[in-house]
Design a protein around this ligand. Structure first.
Ligand code: RTP
Ligand code: MG
Length: 139
């Protein structure tokens, strides 16, 4: 089902560096409406569940350790063509490959500590949004 919604997290590196405001500004200036927003943290167990699809990948344990290392911001965003447009706004996974004007080009430190998450499909956006937000927390 096409929802015109995507899910994002501002990851622990960007929160620790004081970039929540700068990233939310790029998101809203990029035409995305924030429909849910939460400042929270992932336990190692929850990070492991969130990234379960990557469980066989060599970077999985490092990713779980990183994502549970400090607070994050979780959000659901709305825009026409939200999934593709948001992935364009965040840029390539590795900031060395990210285009000028993207969030990762400006704020990511490395391929692992890359400032933001963006859902890769409508189905995953729905699953990921439900991981963090109840029906009463989205508008
Ligand atoms: P995301 O899910 O966070 O939006 O990032 P993505 O789609 O661009 O990348 P994905 O392949 O889904 O990987 C998820 C996250 O795992 C970390 N990663 N580290 N060290 C590495 O080689 C490596 N590769 C991926 C990154 O934090 C990536 O965003
Ligand atoms: Mg991904």
């Amino acid at each position: 089902m096409k929802t015109n919604r995507t899910f994002t997290m501002i990851k622990p590196d960007a929160v620790a560096a004081g970039n929540i405001g700068g990233i939310l500004d790029m998101i809203t200036k990029g035409g995305f409406k924030i429909v849910a927003l939460k400042y929270t943290a992932l336990s190692a167990e929850k990070a492991g569940l969130f990234y379960e699809v990557h469980k066989e990948r060599p970077f999985y344990q490092g990713l779980v350790d990183f994502m549970s290392s400090g607070p994050i911001v979780a959000a659901i965003l709305e825009k026409d063509n939200a999934i593709a447009d948001f992935r364009a706004l965040i840029g390539a996974t590795n900031p060395a490959d990210a285009a000028e004007g993207t969030i990762r080009k400006k704020y990511a430190k490395s391929i692992g500590e890359n400032a933001v998450h963006g859902s890769d499909s409508d189905e995953n956006a729905d699953i990921e949004g439900n991981f963090f937000f109840s029906a009463f927390e989205r508008f």
